[in-house]
Design a protein around this ligand. Structure first.
Ligand code: FBP
Length: 545
């Protein structure tokens, strides 16, 4: 395989580890824990894994002398930079515990465990993937591990391969399911440990115990680089308004962090839109006002950052989507639907929803009615919010022009950044954090625990001062309604409007809207001065201040 010069040089990078993980490790067990809410219900659902203590790792003088074991690893959900380093850290940690330990990877996500697709990860394979982006070492998938027959199918192959522990690298749902699996195997006395690792570029798996999920750092730096380049282009040609949609499913952490890094003219935060009960027209009007204000200063250019999940946070759009879901799920003659679906839907919708539906550009109205997932829901991530907004802003400006309130030029460009950042070569932060998470997972396995998530804290300090340990997953649970049923889940972290990152943004955004205060972060640096290469995100810095 031909490799780039960076890949070759980067392969030799030795990730930094917390002091406690650099040699022999011992576990210090803290006091029993409780779930963040709904303690009684969660205790009942997890009688074997509830209340376990927090674990912190410290340097030890002596080795543990453990018998050889086999371990399995699974990558679950969307790619995030650093996944390969979690696996290489896990591999190195296991080999340090006992050179006869073996690691198996289940292929293409949790489905690999259920369908018995796996491969042994040997030193040669691991060496090919150190410090690289992507999940291609074993592939990933979105199969949910939640049913007893899947757990039993998994057990068959784990028993056959003599695997004593499985590490599941995933987001909030995958870690919730990891805990359900841990509880099941413990109740059945199958002797298999299950350990989770916090992954997702979305940054929404964080709480009092988990400071950040891995991958967020590299992904946002990659997007910020490209947005910075666009801003420089924009400030050079001075003729375009760039509407940039950013991945992140529901939470706006990615958009907010990019805004803090690049200082755009506008960044919409979905959580604020919901809190203020803003309508689509409110958002459009506020963008158009900024466009008009800049135009009056002769500045017919700018940048707008839009979080991927925005549509679902606009209360009126949410109501429209819910009604469309119901109408389209009804058995109706195909003839009625196909002849003039738009008029047919307008006649079926309630007055409020029909008005909103009629105001949408035709292509967006079509996306709302056609793109449905297997559960019958609109796939909001496929809606081109960036062109929806620019389209509606253009209409509003045209109206203002007619009325004599606006005289500028408005030429929009559209972008969507998501996949560009999910497999980027991990930044030093993600390379170090992920490798540390992997070694931490091996130490949790060595200590015989199950139902824990690997954790590394104190992340804004230099890596040797990071604190590694384990968090009982039940500690992060609360009960939430999912698909009509109350379920124990890890609470998804949305942008907090009283949190420091949002407040820092809100304090300066009016100035960024009027002036051209762009910052150009440039590409991630892997070699060079620490203040350039080892920066964490602004979100993490502000949150940990
Ligand atoms: P995870 O939550 O599984 O980490 O996935 C994150 C994500 O990249 C979201 O930002 C995005 O909405 C989604 O995955 C896209 O999914 P897919 O890869 O299936 O297109």
């Amino acid at each position: 395989m031909t490799k780039s010069a960076l890949q070759i040089a980067r392969a030799a990078y030795q990730p930094k580890l917390p002091k406690a993980l650099q040699g022999q490790v011992k576990a210090v067990f803290g006091a029993p824990t409780q779930s963040v809410a709904d303690q009684e219900e969660i205790k009942k659902l997890f009688p074997n894994t509830y209340g376990m203590p927090l674990i912190t790792f410290e340097a030890a003088a002596e080795a543990q002398n453990l018998p050889a074991i086999n371990v399995g690893v699974i990558l679950s959900g969307g790619q995030a930079p650093g996944g390969h380093n979690v696996i290489s850290g896990l591999f190195d940690g296991l080999k340090r515990l006992n050179p006869a330990n073996r690691l198996y990877g289940f292929l293409m996500g949790p489905g690999g465990l259920v369908d018995h697709n796996y491969k042994e990860l040997t030193a040669d394979i691991i060496d090919e993937y150190r410090n690289t982006g992507g999940f291609d070492i074993i592939g990933s998938g979105r199969t949910k591990l939640e049913k007893v027959d899947q757990f039993e199918k998994g057990f068959e192959i784990l028993k056959k391969l003599n695997i004593k522990a499985v590490v599941i690298i995933g987001g909030d749902d995958s870690n919730t399911n990891a805990c359900v699996l841990a509880e099941y195997y413990l109740a059945k006395k199958y002797g298999i440990q299950v350990i989770g690792c916090p992954k997702t570029i979305d940054g929404d798996l964080k709480n009092d115990q988990i400071e950040t999920s891995f991958g967020f750092d590299t992904a946002v730096k990659t997007y910020a680089e490209v947005i910075g380049n666009i801003q420089r282009d924009c400030n050079s040609a001075r003729k375009y308004w760039h509407f940039i949609k950013l991945m992140g499913r529901s939470a706006s952490h990615i958009a907010l962090e990019c805004a803090l890094q690049v200082q755009p003219n506008i960044c919409i935060i979905s959580e604020e839109v919901e809190k203020k009960d803003m309508s689509l027209d409110d958002i459009v009007t506020s963008i158009a006002r900024t466009v008009a204000h800049r135009a009056a200063q002769g500045l017919n250019f700018g940048t707008v950052l839009i979080p991927e999940g925005l549509i679902e946070f606009i209360p009126a759009m949410k109501r429209l989507i819910a009604e469309l879901n119901d109408i389209l799920a009804r058995p109706t003659s195909t003839h009625e639907r196909m002849v003039d679906q738009h008029s047919w839907l307008l006649s079926e919708l309630s007055k409020e929803n029909a008005e909103l539906f009629a105001s949408l550009p035709q292509n967006v109205a079509n996306q709302l009615t056609m793109e449905r997932d297997p559960h019958g829901n609109v796939q909001v991530s496929l809606i081109q919010t960036e062109s929806l907004l620019s389209n509606m802003v253009a209409r509003k400006l045209a109206q203002w022009k007619k009325e004599g309130h606006y005289t500028g030029k408005f030429a929009p460009q559209h972008h969507f950044f998501g996949y560009e950042g999910r497999c980027a070569a991990p930044s030093n932060f993600d390379a170090d954090y992920c490798y540390s998470l992997g070694v931490t997972a091996s130490s949790l396995i060595a200590n015989g625990v199950t139902g824990y998530m690997a954790s590394v804290k104190n992340l804004t300090a230099p890596a040797d001062q990071w604190v590694a340990g384990g968090i009982p997953i039940t500690m992060m649970f609360n009960m939430e309604r999912r698909n009509g049923e109350m379920k124990p889940v890890i609470r998804k972290a949305l942008v907090e409007l009283d949190g420091k990152p949002f407040k820092a943004f809100a304090a300066v955004r009016d100035q960024w809207a009027k002036e051209t205060a762009y910052v150009y972060p440039g590409p991630i640096q892997y070699f060079g001065p620490s203040e350039v290469c080892d920066q964490t995100t602004k979100t993490l810095k502000l949150e940990q201040e």
